[in-house]
Design a binder for this molecule. Structure first.
Ligand code: NAD
Length: 493
């Protein structure tokens, strides 16, 4: 068993209560780590140390903060293998995914913001007095200052990737941080703290408090000395955090759930590795469908439905659930028992509502799994058709390897179906008609629209959702702005 500790004021410490939670390896359903079950007292200690570190860290020249973060990125690269192994064990994701996506992207997150702060500029306005009698000409410029202690709360599906997506801009812009990773997948956050310590990050600049959302997470959100909260997770928790931050007048950024449409028109390029068919499979089932951006609602033009849907189902049948540790595995375990049960409930509801299961629809039989994984949490990749668009299964986020399919007759119907849920994170559109690509990108209610591709991520672009998928944007300038407060200075000329 690994023994995790909180990282507060540059030291590794137990939770004050000495209580711990077990972290379970999804592929085997066996406990593999003890995680501190922290509470308000631990969060208080972390906030106190972050507050104490803030004046010196925020006063450092940007180039020096940048150098710390670049060093941390180098250490992540140097520890690619142990970090990828830990991420795969903790989440159940294939080791190849952790090695090629999660861990490299975590290093890139730090490099992106460590260099962004060396190139940022602020606005200036040369005011001519406004043309009114007695109008005063002035030069105005905008100062941007870090907010103080940033609270960063992250989920279990891409643990290090999403945690560092928050830490990097927060630290780069001069804030200090109290972070809480998901209690379900806490290991790589603990390893990151070890690397931060090796990188020589001054004590108190980064504090990591482990524990449940209800205790440790809520204590960060409600702490009066944490003026900014950035949260990625479920819509239900995001709503509570939004309400609390609203009441306390905190800055808040919420990246929440998705139920993303993946739309295939009859003129789309279908075949090949970048075609609609292969891309739909990747979009639906990468990380066992546990990515907020997954295209979980497939909308297919009626003229090609009978060709495209069987081709997708055929490829989905070739995804073979296996031991996440094996490099050949492309489909791993479901990260938690609660998540597995949620998937089962939703598929059973789909059956009751008359949905036709085209493939999957059940847990993976133990005998088809490697011996080590027979007690693990595995669900078959599943495709369902013939559901009413308004039903629960089409409306609620499942966050697992389940894709539903609808057919549409024309552009207007595709847009109506795409916009027909409470969510609005990402949409994918496959078409060769340029005008249609522009029209749909503009008309679909989402924070991101991908045309003829999926999950192409340029870290400079705004990232986030509309409607129930969130409030605020991460990425590039948006993140630099979120973690800084602007002040206008007006000097009479
Ligand atoms: P969750 O909301 O249960 O938990 C997320 C984090 O919040 C965890 O660290 C948890 O401990 C903490 N938390 C829970 N209750 C809290 C509270 N009352 N106060 C403070 N913190 C609390 O979500 P999850 O199950 O870990 O993650 C899956 C969800 O995340 C899905 O809905 C998925 O769509 C969403 N997600 C969104 C994005 C995005 O960028 N929009 C990215 C990844 C995941």
């Amino acid at each position: 068993m690994r023994e995790l500790r909180n990282f507060i004021g540059g030291r590794f410490v137990d939770a004050g209560s000495r209580q711990s939670i077990e972290s379970i390896e999804p592929a085997t359903a066996s406990p593999w780590a003890h995680v501190p079950d922290s509470d308000r007292t631990d969060v208080d200690a972390a906030v106190t140390s972050a507050k104490a570190a803030f004046p010196a860290w925020s006063a450092l020249p940007a180039i020096e903060r940048s150098q710390f973060l670049m060093k941390l990125a180098d250490l992540i690269d140097a520890n690619l293998d142990p970090l990828a192994e830990a991420e795969s064990t903790d989440t159940g994701k294939p080791i190849s995914l952790a090695r090629f996506l999660d861990i490299p992207r975590s290093a890139t997150n730090f490099r992106h913001f460590a260099t962004a702060i060396l190139h940022s500029a602020s606005e200036s306005h040369d005011f001519d007095g406004g043309g009114v009698p007695g109008g005063i000409p002035a030069i105005q410029y905008t100062l941007r200052r870090p907010r103080g202690v940033a609270g960063c709360i992250s989920p279990w599906n891409l643990p290090l990737y999403l945690l560092t997506w928050k830490l990097a801009p927060a630290l780069a812009t001069g804030n200090t941080v109290v972070a809480k990773p998901s209690e379900v997948t806490p290991i790589t956050a603990h390893m990151l703290a070890e690397l931060a310590s090796k990188a020589g990050l001054p004590p108190g600049v980064l504090n990591i408090v482990h524990g449940t959302g209800a205790k440790a997470g809520a204590a960060i959100v409600e702490h009066p000395d944490v003026p900014a909260i950035t949260f990625t997770g479920s819509t239900a928790v995001g709503r509570w955090i939004g309400e609390t931050c609203g009441r306390m007048l905190k800055r808040v950024s919420l990246e929440l759930g998705g139920k993303n449409p993946f739309i295939v028109f009859d003129d789309a390029d279908l075949e090949g590795p970048a075609g609609a068919i292969e891309t739909a499979v990747r979009a639906g089932f990468s990380n066992q469908g546990q990515i907020c951006l997954c295209g979980s609602r497939l909308l297919v033009h009626e003229r090609i439905y009978d060709r495209v849907v069987p081709a997708i189902v055929e490829r989905v049948r070739h995804l073979k659930p296996g031991d996440p540790r094996e490099t050949a595995t492309n489909f791993g375990a479901i990260t938690s028992m609660a998540q597995l049960e949620k998937i089962e409930t939703m598929v059973s509801t789909a059956r009751q509502l008359g949905g036709r299961i085209l493939c999957g629809g059940d847990r993976v039989p133990a005998e088809s799994l490697p011996h080590r994984c027979r007690d693990g949490w595995f669900y078959q990749p599943t495709v369902i058709e013939s559901l009413e668009p308004a039903c629960k299964v089409e409306q609620e986020e499942i966050f697992g390897p389940v894709v539903t399919v609808q057919r549409f007759a024309d552009e207007a119907e595709a847009i109506r179906l795409a916009n027909g849920t409470g969510y609005g994170l990402a949409a994918t559109i496959f078409t060769r008609d340029v005008g249609r690509a522009h029209r749909l990108s503009a008309d679909i209610q989402s924070g991101i629209a991908w045309v003829n591709c999926w999950m192409v991520r340029d870290l400079r672009t705004p990232f986030g959702g509309v409607k129930q998928s969130g409030v605020g944007r991460e990425g590039g300038l948006e993140a630099l702005r979120f973690f800084t407060e602007s002040k206008n200075v007006c000097i009479r000329t």
